[in-house]
Design a protein around this ligand. Structure first.
Ligand code: 5GP
Ligand code: 5GP
Ligand code: 5GP
Length: 208
């Protein structure tokens, strides 16, 4: 059997802090299933290239189908909640993520396995646990970016990329955490390349 050609080099596994999505000027809407737990939620699992570029929308002939992930929906509602307005049940968000990103890793993961892999990675990377056990709590306090990165590296074993956004008063805050993952989505690796950062050296960790 010939090896399928690899159309990407690694994944970014991206988790979002709901407090930082919701306290922006734009605000947010809780999903129709209710307010999510105060925990990081999955944003996506994004195929990426070592040079920083990334493929998107790779196969319009294979759109998201709820029937392929029916066994995962209840876990996705908990671990991958949508916070965009208007309120939704998640299907739109997951469809967007599959269509834009998931279709670009079809060579290694089918639709069911793509979502199952993301849920599995979330279990392996408990960011809130990593942070709180280092004394970094979602209490609206300000923490050094370096302490946040060390807490996560120490717990997960690879260095994360931290993305910040601004709350409604303009303070820089912890918004998303990127971890790099091998092409089979089986585990974390050192990042071949990092996105560009715009965090201050001290950032807020808002409550949710
Ligand atoms: P933003 O412009 O808000 O940073 O990103 C918008 C969207 O572009 C993200 O939700 C994601 O779909 C995609 N994106 C942004 N940066 C990256 C990246 O470095 N790698 C990949 N694979 N996608 C990205
Ligand atoms: P990206 O293109 O950056 O992978 O995904 C962002 C898209 O998903 C946006 O169109 C956004 O409106 C939608 N979306 C739905 N729910 C969420 C959410 O909870 N967080 C983020 N970041 N985007 C969401
Ligand atoms: P998209 O066009 O991908 O839906 O969203 C564009 C940008 O606006 C993304 O950075 C996304 O995270 C953000 N966004 C979209 N909808 C919402 C929303 O309802 N609330 C917040 N806070 N951000 C949103």
């Amino acid at each position: 059997q010939l090896c399928a050609s690899q159309d990407f080099d690694f994944f970014y596994f991206v988790q979002q802090w709901p407090g930082s999505y919701c306290d922006t000027q734009q605000s947010c809407c809780y999903p129709t299933t209710g307010k999510p737990d105060p925990d990081f939620g999955i944003h996506g699992l994004w195929p990426n290239n070592n040079d920083g570029s990334y493929p998107s929308n790779c196969d319009s002939s294979n759109p998201f189908q709820q029937s392929q992930v029916s066994d995962l929906i209840s876990t996705m509602q908990k671990e991958w909640p949508t916070l965009a307005c208007p309120s939704g049940n998640g299907i739109q968000f997951w469809s967007h993520e599959w269509d834009k990103h998931g279709t670009c890793s079809e060579s290694t993961l089918n639709q069911h396995d793509y979502f199952a892999a993301a849920l599995n990675l979330k279990q392996k990377a408990d960011l809130l646990q990593a942070l709180t056990s280092a004394g970094i709590n979602p209490d609206g306090g300000s923490y050094s970016l370096s302490s946040i990165k060390s807490a996560i590296s120490g717990s997960i074993g690879s260095t994360p990329f931290i993305e910040c956004n601004s709350d409604s008063s303009g303070n820089s805050q912890l918004y998303q955490v990127y971890l790099c993952v091998d092409t089979n989505a089986s585990g974390f690796i050192d990042c071949p390349v990092f996105p560009h950062s715009k965090c201050g050296s001290n950032i807020e960790f808002p409550s949710f």
